[in-house]
Write a protein that binds this ligand. Structure first.
Ligand SMILES: Cc1cc2nc3c(=O)[nH]c(=O)nc-3n(C[C@H](O)[C@H](O)[C@H](O)COP(=O)(O)O)c2cc1C
Length: 304
């Protein structure tokens, strides 16, 4: 079940996604942290952030709409209280999702994180649809993306994964830009900009008015984006978007992902990541797949 991803050795290609797995340590009694490849922390900013006012999570048909707005404890508290207990799980790779309102803030967070042990890689969040500055503002404009990634790569002592937004015309093009600026890998996709309205009250259901759609509703689109990106850029991909079953994970790998992330599924079943890691192993056994890594990009295309 091992896979190598951007210099990281993962015991399984299943990784818990940012914003759906806290800071990891909250899950230690729910999930066997050493059975999953790792997890990505909630987006960490220089200062603590309270996020948006409630309501900020709404259930939708086959999905979930959120406008959390990057609530987090800030880098200092993360390093002092959240990271140290994770050293009990050395096989579980800790990927820190980094967020800033300005290029300088992204770099400050990275420089602070560089000073400690126990972090495997950084995931640069340039795709949050729920904040009014930073985030998606960088991920939606090729020039801003290129500048941020170039600076972040210079600042970083660890592999740099760039998390891309699906809210652009071509994710594959943004992946090319990220690679050109020095990204070691890309994650895709973040949530899709969306909204929900209550017809009775005539009001938006989220206080932020719009939010990000995730879960099974987005899976076919996310899969297409991973497929297109894998065909146009030679860079490892962490695929995600609506993965619920082991077969979903296999589909993302066939489309070109080296490993996958599981997000919304953990809201329905907090054990989802471990269930998927075990389920993928069983799937490989039942389908005579000796090495899960052999699935990456193994999609059979119709002959033309
Ligand atoms: C409640 C919630 C909070 C999220 N917070 C973050 C975040 O802080 N940073 C980030 O890069 N992505 C964040 N995401 C996006 C997920 O990591 C993932 O990209 C997206 O939900 C698609 O995967 P899924 O359909 O498996 O949930 C969040 C998603 C949800 C549902």
């Amino acid at each position: 079940m091992r896979v190598s991803f951007a210099g990281l050795e993962l015991v399984s290609p299943i990784i818990a996604a940012s914003g759906t797995f806290g800071y990891g340590i909250e899950f230690e009694e729910i999930v066997s942290l050493e059975r999953i490849g790792g997890f990505v922390t909630k987006g960490i900013s220089m200062e603590p952030m309270a996020g948006n006012a409630p309501p900020r999570i709404i259930q939708t048909a086959s999905g979930m709409l959120n406008a959390i707005g990057l609530q987090n404890v800030g880098v200092q508290d993360f390093l002092e209280r959240k990271l140290p207990p994770l050293r009990r799980y050395p096989r579980c790779q800790v990927i820190v999702n980094v967020f800033g309102y300005t290029v300088g803030e992204y770099l400050s967070v990275i420089q602070r994180l560089n000073q400690v042990e126990g972090i495997a890689a950084y995931e640069l969040n340039v795709s949050c649809p729920n904040v009014h500055a930073g985030g998606m503002a960088f991920g939606a404009d090729p020039g801003s993306l290129e500048y941020l990634v170039r600076r972040a790569k210079i600042a970083s002592t660890r592999p740099l994964i760039v998390k891309l937004s699906p809210n652009v015309t071509s994710v594959a093009h943004m992946a090319k830009v990220a690679k050109g600026a020095g990204a070691d890998a890309v994650s895709l996709v973040n949530t899709f900009l969306a909204m929900s309205i209550d017809s009775q009250t005539r009001r938006p259901r989220l206080s932020n008015i719009t939010g990000g759609l995730s879960g099974p509703a987005i899976k076919p689109i996310a899969l297409r984006m991973v497929y297109e990106t894998a065909r146009s850029v030679n860079i490892p991909i962490l695929g995600m978007g609506g993965i619920i079953t082991p077969e979903d994970a296999v589909e993302f790998m066939l489309a070109g992902a080296t490993a996958v992330q599981v997000g919304t599924a953990s809201y329905a079943d907090p054990r989802a990541s471990e269930r998927l890691a075990r389920g993928l192993e069983s799937w490989c056994r039942s389908n005579q797949v000796e090495r899960v890594a052999s699935l990456t990009g193994a999609l059979e295309l119709p002959r033309t």
